[in-house]
Design a protein around this ligand. Structure first.
Ligand SMILES: C[S@@+](CC[C@H](N)C(=O)[O-])C[C@H]1O[C@@H](n2cnc3c(N)ncnc32)[C@H](O)[C@@H]1O
Length: 272
């Protein structure tokens, strides 16, 4: 309950400071907001991923939980149904479509996801840039198996799913995936590990790498971690869209800036 009220307060705080694309001075961020928040084009991939999600939401198949993080599943071991994981831990439709549009805009050649779960976010990312090499890390072998089946269903052959604790799989992934264009950090929502994963990925990142964080409003600790990421000397721009929060390290974006951005439809009176 405490966590619920924390998130409500944070949403109100975010909303009160958020701007629409019309208040943005940065052409780069204007373009990003147009692509991720305002583009209402519909893609067949959305229908396909949501059909897979709907199928999972009716599945009573049991999975063995192996949870190394601050999990959504409610337990760190034991059994859980596919339905429950799909309901509680997967990226929402809105987040998935934002991920798709972001990847479509950034056109990364390599994508790294920390925390693949059942593969919802992975499918959106991989479907957006089928030419990209996507590596998804997942600690729970049963979740990863379901993700693999889902990816195969959508014929997304550009994805490798690596199973194991991030401490083991991340160094291996970064060795083979130098300069990933997009890194989606969506596992283990604890501040210290999140900062460690960010630093590890930063060491392999190129100027065009986009870091995407889910759940910076998960807890006061995660919000602190986000503030540290914003203050990091290599971070040149952050764009918080509440559902997803982005950090850019491109040195060409010279003046460090932080934006909180919402779609125009959320603040229709801010069109001037
Ligand atoms: C919120 S879910 C990911 C949702 C997924 N990205 C999506 O878009 O649907 C987080 C996942 O990270 C995994 N995870 C958390 N901490 C981990 C760790 N330290 N090592 C490996 N996997 C971890 C969990 O097993 C869980 O499946």
């Amino acid at each position: 309950m405490k966590a619920f009220w924390f998130r409500i307060r944070q949403w109100l705080h975010f909303y009160s400071r958020a701007v629409t694309k019309y208040q943005l001075h940065s052409p780069f961020v204007f373009d990003l907001a147009n692509a991720v928040l305002e583009d209402d084009r519909w893609y067949y991939a959305f229908r396909d991923v949501e059909a897979v999600r709907n199928q999972m939401l009716t599945s009573d198949a049991q999975l063995e939980v192996v949870d190394y993080g601050a999990g959504h599943s409610g337990s760190r071991t034991g059994k859980v149904t596919v339905r429950k994981v799909a309901r509680d831990a997967a990226s929402s439709r809105r987040q998935g479509q934002m991920l798709f549009r972001l990847a479509d805009w950034a056109r990364p050649r390599k994508v790294l996801e920390l925390g693949g779960s059942l593969g919802i976010g992975t499918m959106y990312l991989a479907a957006a840039v089928r030419s990209a090499r996507v590596v998804s890390l997942e600690g729970c072998p049963d979740y990863a198996k379901v993700a693999r089946i889902n990816l195969d269903l959508l014929d997304l052959k550009n994805v490798s799913v690596l199973i194991g604790e991030f401490d083991h799989t991340l160094p291996k992934a970064l060795e083979t995936l130098q300069k990933p264009g997009l890194v989606f950090i969506d596992g283990n929502h604890r501040p210290e590990p999140t900062l460690q994963y960010f630093e590890a990925c930063l060491a392999s990142a190129g100027p065009d790498t986009v870091f995407v964080f889910d759940d910076i409003y998960w807890s006061p600790g995660m919000l602190q971690a986000w503030k540290k990421i914003q203050e990091h000397p290599r971070v040149t721009l952050t764009v918080d869209m509440f559902d997803l929060s982005l950090a850019f390290i491109n040195p060409d974006l010279r003046e460090k800036q932080h934006f909180s951005v919402v779609p125009v439809s959320w603040k229709p009176w801010k069109v001037w």
